[in-house]
Design a protein around this ligand. Sequence first.
Ligand code: A2P
Ligand code: 11C
Length: 344
Amino acid sequence: KQYKVAVVGATGAVGEVMLSILAERGFPASEVVALASERSAGTQVAFGDDELVVQDLATFDPASIDIALFSAGGAISKEYAPKFAAAGAVVIDNSSTFRYDDDVPLVVSEVNPEAARHRPRGIIANPNCSTMQLMPVLAPIHKAYGIERINVATYQSVSGGGRSALEELGRQTAALLSFQDPAPAKFPVQIAFNLIPHIDEFQPNGYTKEEMKLVWETQKILGDASIQVNPTAVRVPVFFGHSEAVNVETKKKITPDEARALLRTAPGVEVVDEPRPGGYPTPVTHASGKDPVFVGRIREDLSHPRGLNLWVVADNIRKGAALNAVQIAELLVAEGLPAKAARG
Ligand code: A2P
Ligand code: 11C
């Protein structure tokens, strides 16, 4: 155990799971430091069977940190990630702040682990959850059959919006069931018993930023700017687990049987695909609290000679965020990142 690890945003929905995954996978940390805002400094968060006292990020000295996992929002990453990197830490950042910079690798551990080695700014970006869960499924298809175009509609749980979003779904659901006013605060309109086709900010082209992330990140991770992506991102009243209805058009035809066989061997992917009631993954029955990306409903596209339909479900907080960040940290361990303490 040699690395001193910081989790920035340790009290948040993703940060708390980063801590539990570091503990459950036995990450070789000599010390884990929990950082958040001044508001929660002095409170405790769980780390395996232990408790860590939360420290204030603003006054923390990163000099001794080897690896920092950031999930405290874009503004915090923008300000503090470069400071941690300048102090010699490798930063694994879960925000969208650096993802589209050419000198920052965007890494899905099963798909492009080699990209993590080239990090001139000391920062590695963790993809957005909706792109993340697609990659372990689509990368092997792209490699063997060549993907030309991806049509994707997402069904994203509220946990993607953090703790306040989880609370809002709970509060609105309870309010509506007792005939109270479900006043929206975090979401622009009521989320309980509703759907919202709007995640993150609107862009000048009429798409939301969440939709554009699917375009930009897919092309960057698969290393192929010719892949066309047609996204619609929708928030649904589910607590944990994002789902995606995906249609891919390949260069070479892939049959559903070929897709199932290929995906059964894909790292990080579990095929759940039987044409019977319940023979498909859902956020609640399969994904919530689990590591793999689940894929089912694999069908031929009746409208296109080289089209394939898939239904992809994953825990957006685990593989979609915290787990992949820890897996990137494990890549650093595997490459033999020298620990500061060992360097003296
Ligand atoms: P805090 O609990 O002190 O506000 P979520 O994504 O679930 O909303 O969590 C956001 C995370 O980012 C929390 O851990 C939160 O800490 C942290 N955070 C928010 N603002 C700051 C800040 N100014 N400095 C450090 N951490 C922050
Ligand atoms: C959501 N995907 O489900 C978002 C959360 O770019 O890191 C993560 C936003 C991001 O709301």
